[in-house]
Design a protein around this ligand. Sequence first.
Ligand code: NAD
Length: 494
Amino acid sequence: MISQSAIDTLRKTEIGARGLFIDGVQIEATSGASLPVTSPIDGRPFASIADGNAADIDRAVKSARKAFEKGSWSRSAPAFRKKVLTKFAELVEKHADELAVLGVRDNGTEIGMAYKAEPLSAAGTIRYYAEAIDKVYGEIAPTADNVLGLIHKEPLGVVGVIVPWNFPLMIGAWKIAPALAAGNCVVVKPPEIASLTLLRLAELASEAGLPAGVLNVVTGRGSVTGEALGLHMDVDAIAFTGSGPVGRRLLEYSARSNLKRAFLELGGKSPNIVFADAPDLKQAAVVSANGIFRNSGQVCVAGSRLLVQASVYDRFMDELVAATTQLKVGDPLDLASDIGAVSSAEQLDKNLGFVTRATEEGARLVSGKRILTETGGSYMAPTIFENVTQDMQLAREEVFGPVLGVMRFETEEEAVRLANSTVYGLASAVWTANLSTAHRMVRAINAGVVHVNTYGGADITVPLGGVKQSGFGRDKSLHALEKYLELKTAWIAL
Ligand code: NAD
């Protein structure tokens, strides 16, 4: 784990102006324009990034295509890619302190969480796909004797990666690592409010021996660079994590351009269901509080709808409020903080809008709502509303902030009905000591992930992704590799 003294030194590092990373070097944006980088810790600018445009995306895509055609990566032996990616993972680990603090200055996540979830998790993901790629075989079809049917697996070509600001390194690595391992060349469009770690990641990849042009990073505004990447005629696939509205745009861009495939990991309104026979109500309350409030609720799988069985409702709510009160909100670069800053002043305003509307619609504030802005940064205390009903905004829309809506239920059927009454289907949890209830709930809940007697923490070995309007396609696990490989048939008359 990172030490407080290392954090205190690294938080003062001068960052300066960061360029785009194209063809293995840092360069200015074509327009020469830049965007200030403001830290949510204190609301002060501490760096700038290049404000890329469509011409920069085109430069990056051309560089990626040139590298792909050259073949020194795309047609290399998987064992070679494994070696380079393993070195890459080692470098990310070696620079974990630097990457973690840089990321927190950019997006405000509490360092305890950011350290594990960002550089360490990204390094683990890169190593996982490095180790996997020389175990991927093609197939021989079961044909008659006079033919040979072969199924080859080939990289797609140029893959665009667009990620959100909550965990840019972790989510970025879920896409970049399998895409690279499969032999693709990649153009990353980082989130405009948290670009710095992905730029540094590309430098480390280059240092590890990734050939020039194989991994490019173009910073800038989503509506400009993201749109240009989505509309580019020479991008074969877009791997996206972000909001539903932008996900829909990517499908439109695909239809209006070259029918590139789009993998969409979108939002959630995940139900966390506590049955009266939960093995340990206190433990369930502590984990549930962490499952919604860590990183100020800016977690796609956050358990933002809590459903509690009526017979234990009061007892569970007491435990929940006690666990929530223990969570210390403060400077994300202080190891003692459990919850850091909200990523931006705009996001804080959005969260407060949800709080106002929940109150107007009749939900009862149980705790929280308080905001802390004395430092110039954006901080919000974990906020809990009860008496939430299905028609309220808080039950239906994703806040992406530290606001929890609680409902009570009587029966298992009612819990399933409430859990599935949403356009989303990303994550969920069930707390019960009854094995049959647990398995029935796993089958009944419409979501990509169902936790049982825990919340979060699923590692790289299992897929993550949603159903319904939470999107399609899966990150993580060996299944994610399949997205970045195309099948080709060879039918050979003997
Ligand atoms: P967002 O959709 O606003 O932005 C995501 C990315 O898209 C950013 O890089 C942004 O610059 C880019 N973008 C914006 N406009 C674009 C356009 N017109 N064309 C192309 N790209 C564009 O989302 P956000 O606010 O950064 O992140 C929060 C959202 O992400 C939430 O809805 C959250 O649930 C979701 N999320 C999902 C997962 C998951 O795994 N399912 C994980 C984390 C976050």
